[in-house]
Design a binder for this molecule. Structure first.
Ligand code: TRP
Length: 461
């Protein structure tokens, strides 16, 4: 039935999966939630969550995809029958597809901001960056958010870029683009990271990131939730990418590399951001408009231009964030598209165009919910964009992850999971017992605790 699926070449999976994982979550979200949660202890808990919950579920998703060679809905339909005797499990795949739809619709709006700021920084670099510009940055960002046509325009631009890449398929679209973008991305970030060693705030930044202090319960929840988001787990994105690899590739090794790379990139982004932020006196860190979630677009550009080579580095930086977002949006769209290809028999072109247009339309209310329309901006107290993000990261991803862990830990045959994890890995996987224990007990219990806490009203958005 599958006609237009495609497969990854060597390294294709690792690059594409790393591209999916590294995104706005690493560069925009991780530094600001680390800032809000007081640094060191939060980072430590996040690292533990990646190791104990993220990594095992990463292996689960990839093995499900590789074994079935199908996207999430098809994969659960196929395996759910043999392992459980029913199609109830395919609901988990459906949830994943819907989650991808929801996340992409607002993620693309935020990704549009990075493109806009790339253009802005480029023009500041060429025309000069005055102190007047600096003083008005917060207000300018606010005005940009309230400008409906601009918001929709950049959202459209980003969706078109995403659709274009995905429509070229696995090998000549996704793999080719990530193969070029990932090394560029890693080099720019590394360059910025090395450059930050000489900035006056570097020492304080390192102290902040690694200083272990007291921690709030809500921060624990936020750290675990973020581990899901940043590793692209809980909605079958890694099932989808896993379905494009063959039996010669080691699932544990590929999964570990992706987790490690994502974590290193997140930590590097933190070092870069905090070195810049701590280079200015505390009172100046937040400009008039900004909350910590907007530091990336308000405080950062201003500080950039005071740094050595700032005029060169700042457009480079926003380019990096935009590219990181693009390699993430293509994975979100691919989940939705692969359903239409696998189960509806659509061609890739048709699937991408129709799914992409629908997601674009769904994102329009989110784009208008930043001030352009007061009804949409006040929706549920946080606006449509805020509500979608809340729904997706606090509910849909953890619930999806919970069922994926239960499914691989309790319902799939132990011999099947062992075979999948060992094939391509030299015939034996020494940590199989550890993986199985984490997936059977640690992951479900930890996630159930998060969901319980969310029900109890402790948001960890
Ligand atoms: N991981 C990406 C980030 O950190 C976002 C992302 C891409 C994602 N695909 C996903 C999140 C699938 C959850 C599920 O920005």
């Amino acid at each position: 039935m599958a006609t237009d699926r495609g497969t990854f070449g060597r390294m294709g999976f690792i690059l594409a999966a790393a591209g999916s994982a590294v995104g706005l979550g690493n560069i925009w979200k991780f530094p600001y939630i680390t800032y809000e949660n007081g640094g060191g202890s939060f980072v430590l808990i996040y690292l533990a969550a990646v190791l104990l919950i993220g990594a095992p579920i990463m292996l689960s998703e990839v093995l499900i995809g590789r074994h079935t060679q199908l996207s999430p809905i098809g994969a659960f339909l196929k395996l759910g029958r043999t392992a459980f005797g029913g199609v109830a499990w395919s609901a988990v795949g459906w949830l994943g597809g819907v989650t991808g739809f929801v996340i992409l619709s607002y993620y693309s709006v935020i990704a549009g901001w990075t493109v806009y700021y790339f253009g802005k920084c480029l023009s500041w670099s060429l025309q000069g960056f005055s102190s007047e510009t600096a003083d008005g940055l917060g207000d300018a960002f606010g005005a940009f958010l309230e400008n409906g046509p601009l918001q929709i325009g950049f959202h459209a631009f980003f969706m078109i870029a995403t659709v274009t890449v995905v429509s070229f398929g696995i090998r000549s679209g996704i793999e080719k683009v990530t193969k070029i973008l990932m090394p560029i991305l890693a080099s720019i970030l590394l360059l910025l990271c090395v450059n930050s060693i000489w900035s006056p705030g570097f020492g304080e930044a390192i102290r902040f990131i690694f200083h272990v202090g007291p921690i709030r319960a809500s921060s624990v929840l936020e750290a675990v939730g973020h581990a899901f988001f940043t590793l692209s787990l809980g909605m079958g994105a890694m099932i989808t990418y896993g379905s494009y690899i063959g039996s010669k590739q080691s699932v544990p090794r590929a999964g570990a590399v992706v987790c490690l790379f994502d974590t290193v990139m997140g930590m590097a982004a933190c070092i870069v951001m905090f070195s810049i932020i701590f280079s200015v006196p505390e009172a100046e860190r937040l400009t008039s408009f900004s909350r910590s979630s907007t530091i990336l677009f308000t405080t950062l550009p201003r500080i950039f231009y005071d740094l050595p080579f700032g005029a060169l580095l700042s457009p480079l930086f926003y380019l990096l964030v935009a590219l990181a977002a693009l390699t993430s949006t293509i994975s979100l769209l691919e989940v939705v598209v692969s359903y239409f290809i696998d189960l509806r028999g659509w061609t890739r072109k048709r699937a991408t165009l129709i799914a992409g247009s629908a997601i674009f339309l769904m994102g329009v209310p989110a784009a208008l919910s930043l001030g352009a329309s007061s009804a949409l901006s006040d929706f549920a107290g946080v606006g449509v964009l805020g509500a979608l993000d809340y729904l997706a990261s606090n509910w849909m991803l953890p619930i999806g992850g919970f069922f994926i862990a239960i499914f691989t830990g309790w319902f799939l045959d132990q011999s099947l999971t062992r075979r999948e994890l060992e094939s391509g890995h030299g015939g034996s996987f020494a940590l199989f017992g550890v993986w199985r224990f984490l997936v059977r007990f640690v992951c479900p219990l930890a996630i159930a605790w998060i969901i319980w806490a969310v029900v109890g009203g402790r948001s960890f958005a």
